[in-house]
Design a binder for this molecule. Structure first.
Ligand SMILES: Cc1ncc(COP(=O)(O)O)c(C=O)c1O
Length: 433
């Protein structure tokens, strides 16, 4: 049994695993050339006459996803806002989103003057639970906005049946799921509109900020183009600057488009290598009692944007200890070993002050969104460092770090007992319990 790093032993991962092999994004000389091409080409905005990078990225991403159209925008949040706006979603409308996602999903709904309505996630896939959606539908529900959280597609066919029954649109938040598949089709081609982020932390990054919208609908494409560019009609040979409707500036820049086009040429190979490396890591972690690795249903593939590991204290001989305390204890032990575990989302979205309806107490939230709360309290995540395909060399060291922690569960239990019983509610001090 080797000595834990927190007790003076050698860490399982030297230098915390931070090295060239874990940098993300990988930036090659081809990426640099692509950016230089734009910098020296005299067309630094998408509205410059003759600009080719943005339309080329739109063509290439639509082809990759398998949709007729793609509209490039300035961020993933802008993609969501423009997509909802293109559908005409606005004041008085409700949009159903999962209680566990990044806050951008809810912000985009609010930016349309609509109301985000939360439904719980499925406890095993961490995506919007189709069984929990009907209970939150009202006469004002206009759309479902499932999130392919961490890179696993949501159960789109089950959600589509609910949506069809209520004549609701389904828009995908695929910000974390570039290239993942559901029943043979890629994310972005599973709803009426698909929304991607090109944030540098994402599986398909840009240098700066960016987003992509996919759709098969010509009219929705036209509406998105207008919202992206001041309500002007596009494409027009000569820009008239006439605003035919509401809009703003949500354009993607050519530098960002060129960088992402270059990255896109490597996306399939990177995804394949990552899948192999992550599958090998999870194979080792699955052998540890009380550690649940992500479940990938047979009809889906996972983009492995984030790896969430759920802890089951009862199976670790820690029955009666709060899951959040076990998580915090393991976080300390694993970090000392150099394994960069983290929490992805510290509270369910309906508890965030920006989104919490005034009449909803924290107890209500715990009762209505039990899976989201349990998953937030009782799991640890691996983010970003595993995205670089060269991280395949580092992931076995992460596995070793976990195995060391499991060799010392007695100590983990002692640390967990000293953690107290706080859960996600500790982030809120306004007394609304
Ligand atoms: C699920 C989800 N939706 C939307 C977004 C927003 O994307 P962006 O940061 O590009 O605006 C993110 C970004 O982290 C995300 O993870």
């Amino acid at each position: 049994m080797s000595k834990l790093a927190m007790l003076g032993g050698t860490p399982a991962v030297p230098s915390g695993g931070a090295s060239a092999t874990t940098l993300w994004p990988v930036v090659t000389s081809e990426d640099e050339q692509a950016v230089f091409r734009v910098l020296h080409g005299g067309r630094l905005t998408a509205t410059a006459a003759g600009e080719v990078e943005v339309p080329a990225l739109e063509r290439e991403w639509a082809e990759h996803v398998g949709t007729a159209h793609c509209v490039a925008v300035s961020s993933g949040t802008a993609a969501l806002r423009v997509a909802l706006g293109a559908l005409g979603i606005g004041r008085g409308d409700e949009v159903v989103i999962p209680a566990l996602t990044m806050n951008a999903t809810a912000h985009a709904v609010l930016q349309c003057d609509a109301t985000p309505v939360f439904a719980d996630i499925a406890p095993d896939t961490y995506t919007l639970d189709p069984k929990r959606v009907p209970e939150v539908l009202t006469g004002r529900t206009a759309a479902l906005l499932p999130v392919h959280l961490h890179g696993l597609p949501a159960d789109m066919d089950a959600l589509a049946s609910t949506a069809e029954a209520g004549a609701l649109a389904v828009v995908e938040d695929a910000a974390q799921a570039h290239g993942a598949t559901y029943r043979g089709r890629r994310t972005g081609a599973l709803g009426v509109l698909g929304c991607f982020s090109l944030h540098p932390s994402k599986n398909l990054p840009t240098c700066g900020e960016g987003g992509l919208i996919t759709t098969d609908s010509g009219p929705l494409r036209e509406a998105a183009l207008a919202l992206r560019n001041f309500g002007e009609r596009a494409p027009a040979a000569t820009r008239t600057y006439i605003a035919h409707g509401a809009g703003g500036n949500a354009r993607l820049g050519p530098v960002q488009a060129a960088f992402t086009r270059s990255q896109l040429t490597r996306l399939p190979a990177y995804s394949k290598d990552r899948d192999l490396a992550v599958t090998a890591l999870l194979g080792r972690l699955a052998a540890l009692p009380g550690l649940r690795v992500p479940r990938v249903p047979e009809d889906r593939s996972h983009a492995w944007h984030i790896i969430r590991l759920l802890l089951v204290p009862e199976e670790m001989d820690m029955a009666g200890i709060a899951p959040a305390a076990v998580r915090r204890a393991l976080h300390r032990v694993l970090r000392a070993e150099g394994v960069p575990v983290s929490q992805y989302q510290v509270a369910p979205l309906p508890a965030h002050p920006a989104f919490r309806p005034a009449d909803l107490t924290y107890e209500d939230i715990a009762a209505r969104f039990p899976s989201s709360c349990q998953v937030i309290d009782g799991s640890l995540c691996l983010q970003r460092r595993h995205l670089n395909p060269a991280a395949a060399d580092v992931l076995p060291l992460y596995a070793r770090g976990f195995e060391k922690a499991w060799e010392h569960l007695d100590l983990v239990r002692d640390i967990a007992r000293a953690q107290g019983t706080d859960d996600w509610r500790r982030h809120f001090t306004d007394g609304a319990r």
